[in-house]
Design a binder for this molecule. Structure first.
Ligand code: ADP
Ligand code: MG
Length: 576
């Protein structure tokens, strides 16, 4: 809270006259396209979800890959038969009239029997597809209804409705672990808020920022500034069009001005000039390079240019605070006292329940005027959520009855994470599809669980610091050479040799012991303290992750990849 804090003293506010054109990219609004969703009740997604999704801005999944998304198994020889079926033989993913086509095509395919010219994709295509619309299971898809979140959604709406009355809503802080539906609910509410504000023509806007991506004060303010500048340009342009038209007409018929706020043609002229000047003075913020106070005042002027209520949603706000402290929140939360035309309200969303502990008390009390908690889902709720999505995502009958309950049960153990539940269901479907199974079975879910767990391990190992990687590699080498009950001293010996080999700094044994404890906490190794009687206590270390995959990830690191033959080091251990 020192050098960067913008100083808002009107004398120093500067407006710039150059017209740089760098528009900073705004990465987060792609998925906020309004959709027609209007219900939060627990009703199943209806058959027209597909067409709704096409509006969703995520790209229309049914069009992406017509060949594989299609219902019918197709062989190369079928192509012209397909075409000859005519207009009813829909191949573009329409579902409504497919069933009749299905039958005739299947017959054709069967009749065709002895196909001797099968190409690369024929076998893959010939399995009955499991999915109807897989995109529905991806994290990027914003559902139009959110079972078991009605209460939280209503709480948000009750607070935010003031924005539609032109008042400033209280700031809101939303808490909950990952996968509890915070982002999905917040986006749903913001879409509803914006569409209602358009309906009643009240100036209310929502800006969504994902602070995991936009993680510094500069970037947050720059992104906000540029969004509002863009909006202001649009408003000015429309107004200029209107005034220029008025000017032209009023030249012939001066009486026209009687119905307007202008006394004379000169008044119109002046206003046009003013708007043109405003346009020239508005300068977008470059992605880097300006002092923070200039970015702040540019944002301030841009928001305050028009009368409006702005709700700023800061998703993953804990990441912003972790990375760059609470200056951004401090500055944003003080703005209202200085804005004259507009008002802002902040909605922070955090995965970390304790993140306010790190906030300045003033920020904490201002941001937490209202708090909404998203509790973890239990297995039954996850089952409902999955069922809703599965109805749209899978072909009917593609799931055996254990599949959804099992996915829900696994994800309930994973702190009630709906994201994990959906990942499991999608991955299980993909595994079934790859294995050319007719249905998704319990075994596919178990395989999916293993696969997701392995992916997690790979990611954790891949992003370890080099020193930890070397320690882990030492443990792997020992295990691969059949060493049991590995102790810290043994790890340290191999570790030292590896460091020498790749010219890395050698840490003390004390530090290496700490790194082993960290690996233990990450679930990569298991280190138990065992008593050696009068020889004291030692740690026995074993690997808790699949050895070959983990080794492969380590060796893909360019530094560790340089280790050509580690066998001699391990042998040396026995020679010591
Ligand atoms: P969070 O932001 O809390 O980490 P998300 O809102 O991103 O969680 O939700 C994770 C995934 O689960 C998303 O794909 C979301 O669409 C889905 N999801 C979460 N809650 C629900 C719900 N109640 N109904 C339907 N889908 C949900
Ligand atoms: Mg989220």
């Amino acid at each position: 809270m020192d050098d960067d804090t913008p100083k808002r003293d009107d004398g120093t506010r500067q407006i710039n006259h150059s017209d740089t054109d760098d528009v900073a990219s705004t990465e987060d609004d792609s998925s906020s396209a309004a959709s027609g969703g209007n219900t939060t009740s627990g009703e199943p997604v209806s058959g027209d979800a597909k067409s709704e999704e096409a509006l969703d801005g995520e790209g229309s999944p049914t069009d992406e890959n017509p060949a594989t998304d299609d219902d019918e198994p197709v062989t190369a020889e079928d192509i012209d038969i397909r075409e000859s079926i005519g207009p009813s033989g829909s191949t573009d993913g329409e579902t409504d009239d497919d069933s009749s086509t299905d039958v005739s095509l299947d017959e054709v395919v069967l009749d065709d029997g002895g196909s001797d010219s099968r190409g690369l994709f024929d076998d893959l295509l010939s399995g009955e597809p499991i999915f109807e619309n897989k995109e529905v299971l991806r994290p990027s898809y914003t559902p139009h209804e959110l079972p078991h979140r009605t209460e939280q959604i209503n709480q948000m709406a009750t607070i935010l409705v003031s924005a539609l009355r032109g008042e400033t809503p209280s700031n809101i802080l939303i808490y909950g672990k990952t996968g509890t539906g915070k982002t999905a609910s917040a986006k749903f509410v913001s879409q509803e808020l914006e569409s209602t504000s358009q309906k009643y023509d009240v100036p209310c806007e929502v800006e969504y920022i994902n602070c995991e991506v936009t993680d510094t004060q500069y970037r947050v303010l720059a992104q906000l500034a540029n969004k509002f500048i863009e909006k202001n340009f649009d408003v000015i342009e429309n107004e200029l069009d209107r005034l220029e038209d008025l000017r032209t007409r009023a030249r012939d018929t001066p009486d026209l001005l009687a119905d307007t706020s202008f006394d004379s043609l000169d008044g119109v002229e002046e206003r046009i000039e003013q708007l043109e000047t405003d346009c020239e003075e508005m300068e977008t913020v470059p992605m880097t390079g300006w002092p923070t106070d200039r970015v702040y005042s540019t944002f301030f002027d841009a928001v305050d240019y028009n009368e409006r209520v702005v709700v700023i949603m800061l998703d993953e706000i804990d990441k912003l605070v972790e990375k760059s402290g609470d200056d951004t929140l401090y500055n944003l939360s003080r703005m209202n006292s200085e804005l004259s035309n507009s008002r802002i309200s902040i909605m922070g969303i955090s995965n970390d329940l304790k993140f306010t502990d790190f906030l300045d008390p003033r920020v904490k009390s201002s941001l937490g005027e209202e708090e909404i908690v998203f509790p973890p889902y239990d297995a039954n709720q996850l089952r409902d959520i999955l069922q809703h999505r599965a109805d749209v995502a899978f072909k009917s009958g593609a799931l055996t009855e254990d599949v959804i309950p099992l996915c829900a049960a696994f994800a309930a153990q994973e702190h009630g994470d709906a994201r994990r539940a959906l990942d499991l269901l999608r991955t299980a479907g993909e595994l079934a599809e790859r294995g050319q199974a007719d249905t998704v079975e319990e075994a596919h879910v178990r395989q999916a669980q293993d696969k997701i767990e392995l992916d997690r391990v790979v990611e954790v190992v891949r992003t370890l610091p080099t020193q930890s990687k070397i320690v882990l590699f030492a443990i792997i080498l020992l295990e691969k050479n059949g060493v049991r009950n590995i102790n810290t001293g043994e790890v340290f010996n191999i570790y030292k040799r590896l460091c020498e080999e790749i010219d890395a700094d050698i840490l003390t044994q004390r530090r290496v012991t700490d790194l082993i404890s960290e690996l233990d906490m990450l679930g990569i190794v298991n280190a138990v303290v065992v008593s050696k009687g009068r020889y004291g206590r030692t740690k026995e270390i074993s690997l808790s992750v699949p050895i070959d995959e983990t080794e492969a990830v380590l060796l893909s690191d360019s530094r560790l990849g340089d280790i050509e033959n580690a066998q001699p080091f391990v042998q040396a251990r026995f020679d010591n």
